[in-house]
Design a protein around this ligand. Structure first.
Ligand code: ADP
Length: 824
């Protein structure tokens, strides 16, 4: 089918596609058109990776807009939102407008009302619905990308409920659901009242097989010799792809492993393979790329990544900073980086095809399972689907590894020939129901128990279950919980139905996008702090000033004090190498930042940092040292799981506290065994949760000032005295500290300061200095003809040895800070 023959498309679209080299639709695309995707029909397209799902979505959205509508594209990952937006923006030439919805969960994104196409994650869409975004009821077409993720334990229910809500708000809504090939696409289609396109066509041949001994055996029975020669299998396969295949030149490889550490170690080893196959020009370009990688953050992860990149290899996992990921993905697509070792996150959605995919690890540690667990077929197929770049490779090859003959057979059975699993709704899990039932009531989708149940009837869960009562029972348990914690009220009505009404707290929690259990934890913690404030202050002040020994008394609040509390305050000052700044704390705030960080870290909305070996002892000790700061009673050491999570929350809280005390990013990474991406993630989540806690504190009549301050400090990663400066766009934590040390302590100072001092403090970076002065509202921000004050430059250089580019103070400060607290 030629694009010009597609019914319903706006003028200019077919021509534009021709210009892009799209002469004919791929068969599954043509099938989708025949199923009515451009004439308003709902369609589920279950097709392999790289078979052009995005174009199906674009055809649907553009034709819907032509009919006077508005389209929403739901992405599974935040990182994909901007990628998709950039892709869709080429339609702006034809006057279609595109917007991506980011910003706080609480915002309603009114400006998006003027956009034709809106891109957002399912969480963000869910929050927009909860906050009555004015344009939601104007949507006529919704695309759900990677809809098979409804199966995901954590995030699936949100996508499921969001689609149900959107369909409820807009009864004629066209839903286009794009899915990997799954076992039960027909059920998804039934749920969405959609036509089904179920194809296994691929634009490029994919050969899948298992490497064992000295050869790969493919699914069609053919073999390719890849001798190992005493090497390990993976290096042999990566090298073999690089040597190429007769006329087809070099091919790059994507190696999937099961942990971050393995990804890093494999990249290091495979660098020795790739480095031997580089041209001089490539080496030069890779050196430049490595410098850019190193500039992203001053952590060990950054250094290790740069080292691998110099040799033509890289690793890719969730611990990388977003900028790292972008650099690596781009360089891999440009064929400069020859081999990427990745955790399965890369298999999800990111467009990084390679000639050869090596699925090195097909088992992964699973805590709930209690050991190594084989990956799902769907997941392995998604990884394998990354093989073969249309137009660039003659074919794609995806290979599993076997050490013995039996494993080879097992892998063929288990993955190569296996059908992917059926997608199963995870809605009945309690955490999901807790959140979604409250939101459904609070945002007016249901006012009674029966209304709630009939809403649930529109979910995939209802389509799949053969026990309709089960969900009703679960719902009642969750309603009990929500009522007990003051999120909603229940009143029996005459007709035996039950009226449901969200309380003030319930509304706040729903709009803030909190898990009700997180909110309950925060309410309890703040109430506990309020009740025990005098006692805790006494203990804390005792730490500072009381030397008569009375602090060793057992306190009413439980726990006991230890002499080590004496050092708690001064130790914090030591941490950042800036002694004495915390010395005068007689009027210290209560709750303390650490107490608040601990409180939000123990909510289910904060992913835990695991305790590693030695951590239990370390944090047990810290727990008793700083017990007076924690907002709640420390669980007994013998209540194993409770105490354990209390400690891992303390570990997270200490990370946040270090960040807010200006400890360098690399030290934090090392101390807590995390990557820069993790630090950023924790900081974002804490900022969001503390913002929510601030609101809850205000609503409930607790003092919100301490919460606000703790939030600001973690948001900017600075101590109190820098809060004013660090809030200026482009300043960030490191530059704020340098300016402060040069005597510029406030925004007002910055507006009046001698420009040469500003320039000296900013290490002679003219552009940065000018933009900062502009952002702070200085009349004449230009830095032309200004020379840096030498003594300032020197003093600042001695004061801080960290690099300009450190996280929070580097060139992407602006975007970092703009995105804080944003999960959409
Ligand atoms: P996926 O199904 O994995 O989402 P994409 O939509 O990213 O796949 O498409 C993969 C590539 O195929 C893209 O580069 C896209 O431009 C290209 N493509 C899509 N449809 C066609 C077509 N009909 N003809 C040629 N190239 C196409």
């Amino acid at each position: 089918m030629n694009p010009a023959d597609v019914p319903g498309l706006p003028e200019g679209v077919a021509d534009r596609l021709h210009e892009e080299g799209i002469e004919a639709l791929y068969p599954p695309q043509a099938e989708a058109v025949n199923a009515g995707v451009t004439t308003g029909e709902s369609v589920v397209a279950s097709v392999p990776t790289a078979s052009g799902k995005t174009l199906v979505a674009e055809l649907a959205m553009l034709s819907a807009i032509r009919r006077g509508g508005k389209a929403l594209y739901i992405v599974p990952l935040r990182a994909l939102a901007s990628e998709k937006k950039a892709e869709f923006e080429r339609w702006e030439e034809l006057d279609f407008t595109v917007g991506v919805s980011t910003g706080n969960y609480e915002s309603s994104g009114e400006w998006l009302a003027s956009r034709d196409i809106i891109v957002a994650t399912s969480e963000k869409v869910d929050s927009l619905v909860r906050n009555d975004a004015p344009w939601i009821d104007q949507l006529t077409c919704v695309v759900a990308d990677e809809v098979h993720l409804v199966d995901d334990r954590n995030r699936g229910p949100t996508l499921e409920v969001t689609l149900a809500k959107l369909r409820r708000i807009n009864p004629g809504l066209q839903v286009v659901a794009l899915s990997a090939t799954v076992g039960n696409a027909d059920e998804i289609a039934e749920w969405l009242d959609a036509n089904l396109v179920d194809a296994d066509w691929r634009p490029i041949d994919l050969r899948t097989g298992v490497h064992y001994g000295n050869a790969i055996t493919f699914d069609d029975g053919s073999q390719r010799e890849v001798p190992v020669d005493g090497k390990r299998q993976t290096p042999a396969l990566v090298d073999d792809a690089l040597v190429g295949d007769g006329d087809h030149g070099q091919g790059s490889s994507l190696v999937f492993v099961n942990s971050r550490r393995n990804a890093e170690a494999a990249a290091k080893r495979l660098g020795d393979v790739t480095s031997k196959r580089l041209t001089g020009e490539e080496m030069r370009e890779l050196r430049e790329l490595a410098d850019e990688v190193e500039d992203v953050s001053d952590t060990e992860t950054s250094t290790d990544l740069a080292r691998a990149v110099r040799k033509g290899a890289a690793f890719h996992h969730a611990g990388l900073a977003p900028k790292h990921r972008e650099l690596i993905e781009d360089a891999f697509r440009a064929r400069l980086v020859k081999c990427v070792c990745a955790t399965p996150t890369l298999a999800a959605g990111v467009n990084t095809p390679a000639r050869r995919v090596v699925v090195r690890d097909w088992q992964r540690y699973d805590g709930e399972f209690g050991g190594m667990k084989p990956l799902d077929v769907l997941e392995v197929h998604q990884m394998m689907g990354r093989a073969g770049r249309p137009g660039l490779d003659p074919y794609g090859e995806a290979v599993l590894l076997a050490k013995d003959y039996d494993t080879r057979d097992e892998l063929f059975e288990r993955y190569v020939w296996a059908e992917p699993e059926a997608v199963q709704s995870k809605l009945a899990a309690e955490p999901a129901l807790r959140t979604h039932l409250l939101a459904t009531v609070a945002s007016g989708f249901a006012h009674t128990r029966s209304g709630l149940l009939s809403f649930l009837d529109r979910t995939l869960y209802a389509t799949q279950t053969d026990d309709p009562d089960y969900l009703a029972q679960k719902a009642d348990t969750v309603l009990d919980y929500l009522e007990r914690n003051d999120f909603l009220t229940r009143e029996r009505e005459d007709d035996d139905d039950v009226r449901l009404k969200a309380t003030g707290l319930g509304h706040t929690v729903s709009r803030l996008y909190l898990d009700p259990m997180s909110a309950a934890e925060v309410v309890d913690g703040l109430a506990w702090g309020d009740e025990n404030e005098r006692e805790m202050r006494r203990r804390l002040d005792g730490v500072e000033s009381d030397t008569d020994g009375s602090r060793t008394k057992e306190t009413e609040a439980g726990g006991f004090q230890t002499a080590s509390e004496l050092v708690a305050g001064s130790e914090r000052a030591d941490e950042s190498g800036r002694d004495g700044q915390d010395a005068d704390e007689s009027d210290r705030t209560y709750p303390t930042p650490l107490g608040l960080y601990h409180l939000v870290s123990r909510t289910p909305d904060m992913y835990e940092l695991y305790l590693k070996s030695g951590d239990r002892e370390r944090y047990t000790e810290e727990c008793y040292e700083r017990e007076a700061e924690l907002l709640g009673r420390t669980p007994s050491e013998y209540s194993d799981t409770q105490f354990e999570s209390w400690l891992s929350a303390l570990k997270t809280a200490r990370l946040l506290e270090d960040w807010a005390n200006e400890v360098d990013e690399d030290r934090i990474a090392e101390r807590y065994g995390v990557g820069p991406g993790d630090i950023r993630g924790k900081v974002d989540t804490a900022t969001w949760l503390l913002g929510a806690a601030e609101r809850i504190a205000g609503d409930r009549g607790f003092d919100a000032v301490a919460v606000r301050e703790a939030k600001k400090r973690v948001e900017y990663g600075v101590r109190d005295e820098l809060l004013d400066l660090a809030g200026v766009r482009n300043v960030g934590r490191k530059r704020a500290r340098r300016l402060y040390e040069a005597g510029i302590e406030t925004r007002a100072d910055l507006r009046d300061a001698d420009k040469s001092v500003v320039l000296g403090a900013l290490r002679g970076r003219r552009k940065t200095a000018a933009s900062i002065l502009e952002n702070v509202g200085r009349q004449d921000p230009s830095m032309d003809d200004v020379s840096a004050d030498e003594s300032t430059a020197q003093a600042v250089a001695e004061g801080t040895e960290a690099e300009e580019s450190a996280s929070g103070g580097g060139s992407d400060t602006e975007s970092d800070q703009a995105s804080l607290g944003d999960f959409g």
